[in-house]
Ligand binder design. Structure first.
Ligand code: CU
Length: 336
């Protein structure tokens, strides 16, 4: 009887020690228990198994980055030069868009991609954008940030009739002001979040004051029917930004979604030089740029630390989950 009580007492002590190790193993290193932990009760093993599973899920998603998917948006759109006018052809249609491997969502896309192709012109250029509507609903294009003649502003029933399915509409204006702008639908509750968006960048006519950069990166954040996306893709299918040590890049953040996204870059603070396309009189340094819907920020990043630096929205549910990182996560990879 007495013997059995003593045994029970030993077991309690082992369990107490094992629990202590389980909750703070590092603290007990150097004071290894004489009884192997494997002899402990099953409950001791449950916690490590769960955290191992979580780590494995996270590792698998990170190792898949950058994952291959069909379709890549925000690539340059070539202009046709017609009598001194830069003509861009844009067709809106419904597509199945692969946001991450194996995940396809119904999207509305310009020229079949999300974001639509990037339009780059120079301040003062005469620009014509021919919109063809192959969507099942009416649409229009608003040139967000550009100052156009009122009739070209793209708002149905305010400045033009909606462009009905099967119809087309031609927008024409002189590109101004210089800066980081966007083009997108101005019709219906979800055409933009479904993908009818793109960058419209106007370079200044005098480029002498433009910062010299190794890469000029468009980064459009969006939320809604396609999920939390960076340039139309969710992690791990987002595109990394690859740069060489010592180079400088320009990131043009644009928010086409419905909520703010504080974009945080590890390791490499940025210099914010423009807001909504307008150069700031006093640029400022930031590692987190809070991009509200409709806003654009131009940020210069000096790649002065080698390594893989995470770049993500800091609203944690837009970037992290128990199954691993997802959504608005990419990386700046600084190569030596
Ligand atoms: Cu976010």
């Amino acid at each position: 009887m007495h013997h059995r009580v003593r045994k029970a007492g030993t077991l309690v002590a082992v369990v107490a020690l094992a629990v202590a190790v389980g909750f703070g193993g590092g603290f007990l290193i150097g004071r290894t228990p004489t009884v192997p932990l494997a002899a402990g009760p099953a409950v001791i093993h449950a916690a490590p198994a769960a955290h191992e599973e979580m780590d494995q899920a996270h590792e698998a998603r990170v190792k898949a980055f950058p994952a291959k998917t069909a379709g890549l948006g925000a690539q340059p759109l070539q202009a046709r030069l017609v009598g001194g006018v830069k003509v861009f052809e844009v067709t809106a249609r419904e597509v199945q868009w692969e946001v991450e491997p194996g995940v396809k969502r119904t999207a509305f896309a310009y020229n079949g991609v999300v974001p639509g192709p990037t339009i780059r012109v120079t301040e003062g250029d005469r620009v014509r954008v021919v919109l063809r509507n192959q969507l099942p609903e009416s649409t229009s294009i608003h040139f967000h940030g550009l100052i156009t003649p009122n009739a070209m502003d793209g708002v149905p029933f305010i400045t033009q009739p909606p462009v009905k399915p099967g119809q087309s509409f031609t927008y024409e204006f002189v590109a101004r002001p210089a800066g980081t702008h966007m083009y997108h639908s101005h019709h219906g509750p979800d055409q933009i979040t479904k993908g009818l968006l793109g960058a419209f960048i106007v370079a200044p006519r005098d480029r002498s004051k433009e910062p010299r950069v190794a890469a000029d990166v468009v980064l459009i954040v969006n939320d809604g029917p396609l999920g939390y996306t960076l340039n139309g893709k969710s992690f791990p299918a987002t595109q990394p930004i690859v740069v060489k040590l010592g180079q400088r890049i320009r990131i043009r953040y644009m928010n086409e979604g419905q909520i703010i996204h504080p974009m945080h870059l590890h390791g490499l603070p940025g210099l914010v030089i423009a807001k909504d396309g307008h150069r700031l009189a006093q640029p400022y340094t930031a590692d987190t740029v809070n991009v509200a819907p409709g806003e654009r920020y131009d940020v210069l990043v000096a790649a002065n630390q080698p390594g893989v630096w995470a770049l993500h929205c800091h609203i944690l549910s837009h970037a992290e989950s128990a199954e691993g990182m997802h959504g608005m996560v990419t990386a700046v990879i600084v190569q030596k």
